[in-house]
Design a protein around this ligand. Structure first.
Ligand code: GDG
Length: 453
């Protein structure tokens, strides 16, 4: 079997390498198991000199290779172009995007530095799998350095239509970079359609296909079952005092629609007063990218909004909205998902949204909660049993919450059953397996005797 080479902005930190904990690591766990693999990316440290040689460590059959990056390049590449420009652009938020030519130059320099450090480590029959928007030019950089083996790319976030992508300065060059990949993966058919129209118009040969990412449903369900009778879940239940729990879990990111979600909850309390003092919204929103200006502004907005909603609606024995910006342990979260009567997932745009799938997996099949889900999350395509909302309309969110809170048990069970089937159909394992099968087949398509690129 060919060696698998994963390339992502960050590699799992040393303490997580033994059991592969973080998001992408969990998704790749099965693909990595039982084969030789290398994971390449940024170390998390800054270098003073320009390029550094990769540092390599091995855990079982996986070797981890990391490079340091000069501070200035990292700023322009990560904070600047990746998260200040591409992230908002790809989430349809042009108004939040900030373009600077120096950032784009740093983005390209870092991709070239990644390629230069990775190239000598590659073998001709490796399967190289590049992850996400930080590394779009990496495939083309590797080709320029003479690598002719198989390279695939997966975009974890949405891909917008031409009318939005067209606003990116030098966007044509970035689009051309996709042409270096043998397999190009998107989360949904809409994303694939958006990029394919542009690739065709620009005369590029590559076409994107859709590979919806998922979770490991059985292990998440098992974790939730255990954690739901653990001490944290017990404390949570005790603190609710029979009230229904509405749960939101998101990185503190403007793509997740948290302010409008809070307004939706406030509308519920205003328009459906029968729920006053009978529901609690717990929003867990660990701070993310706190060094980027738009994220700091969002945090201020939420601090103020949460304070205002509680000031207006709280009673002396009830605080309607609990809002946490710390990270909560994964197992604890799983238990909380099972305690919740409603999962509230209202991103304004989301590639997939794994929280929605985790909520479904965490439910008690005999008495499951209901999922209120934004139609603009990739997950909405598959989770037909959800109560689907337009997250831009707080009144619609309020109505959906009311429907969910009053939904008869039989309907909850029937909707949950459909969602559970979908969550089990597209898992982390099927995602990686189908992508890698296509990537492995890419070479086989070359005519016999053909010289690889
Ligand atoms: C990107 C795309 C796509 C959240 N808070 C805590 C915590 N989490 C975990 C969740 C979930 C993960 O983080 C978040 O995944 P999402 O998919 O919801 O969102 P992004 O982080 O934006 O991920 C997204 C994904 O990539 C995969 O392709 O679905 O569309 O934007 O697993 O449970 N985990 C812990 N503590 C927290 O406080 N332990």
């Amino acid at each position: 079997m060919s060696r698998l080479v994963i390339v992502s902005n960050r590699v799992p930190p040393p303490r997580e390498r033994g059991q592969l904990a973080g998001g992408l690591a969990v998704a790749l766990r099965e693909a990595l198991a039982g084969r030789e693999a290398m994971w390449f990316g940024w170390s998390g440290s800054h270098a003073h000199a320009a390029a550094t040689a990769p540092r390599q460590t091995r855990v079982g059959r996986i070797s981890f290779a990391t490079i340091d990056l000069p501070t200035a390049d990292y700023e322009g590449y990560y904070r600047g172009f990746s998260n200040g420009m591409l992230w908002p652009l790809l989430h349809y938020r042009l108004g939040l995007a900030e373009f600077r030519r120096e950032d784009l130059a740093a983005y390209r320099r870092v991709n070239e530095a990644f390629a230069a450090a990775l190239r000598p480590l590659l073998r001709p029959d490796d399967l190289v799998w590049v992850q996400d928007y930080h590394l779009i030019p990496l495939g083309a950089c590797l080709r320029r350095l003479g690598f002719a083996g198989r390279v695939g790319f997966f975009l974890h976030v949405p891909f917008p239509p031409q009318a939005i992508f067209g606003a990116l300065p030098q966007g044509a060059a970035l689009l051309a970079d996709f042409d270096a990949y043998d397999v190009l993966g998107m989360q949904t058919a809409d994303d694939a359609e958006n990029i394919n129209v542009m690739l065709a118009e620009a005369g590029h040969g590559v076409r994107a296909a859709c590979f919806p990412i998922g979770i490991d449903p059985d292990s998440f369900a098992a974790e939730a079952r255990t954690a739901a009778v653990g001490p944290e879940a017990e404390r949570l239940r005790g603190s609710l005092a029979q009230r229904s729990l509405i749960l939101g879990v998101d990185r503190l990111d403007y793509s997740k629609g948290i302010p409008l979600r809070f307004r939706g909850f406030a509308q519920l309390l205003k328009r459906f007063p029968e729920h006053r003092n009978r529901v609690t919204l717990l929003q867990i929103a660990p701070v993310s990218r706190g060094d980027v200006a738009q994220y700091r502004a969002l945090r201020r907005e939420l601090d103020e909004l949460a304070g205002r909603i509680n000031g207006e609606h709280a009673e002396f024995d009830w605080v309607p909205l609990r809002y946490l910006t710390q990270t909560v342990a994964r197992t604890t979260l799983a238990g909380f998902q099972r305690v919740a009567r409603i999962g509230l997932v209202t991103p304004l745009r989301d590639g997939m949204n794994l929280v929605a799938k985790e909520f479904v997996a965490a439910q008690d099949p005999a008495d499951p909660g209901a999922l209120v889900l934004s139609r603009f999350a990739g997950a909405a395509r598959a989770l037909e049993g959800a109560i689907v909302v337009n997250p831009y309309d707080p009144d619609e969110i309020a109505e959906a919450l009311h429907i969910a809170l009053t939904m008869p048990e039989a309907e909850r069970r029937q909707r949950w059953e459909r969602m559970w089937q979908a969550v089990r159909q597209h898992t982390a394992a099927t995602w990686a397996k189908s992508f890698l099968a296509q990537l492995a087949a890419a070479a086989a398509e070359l005519p016999a005797g053909a010289v690889q690129r």
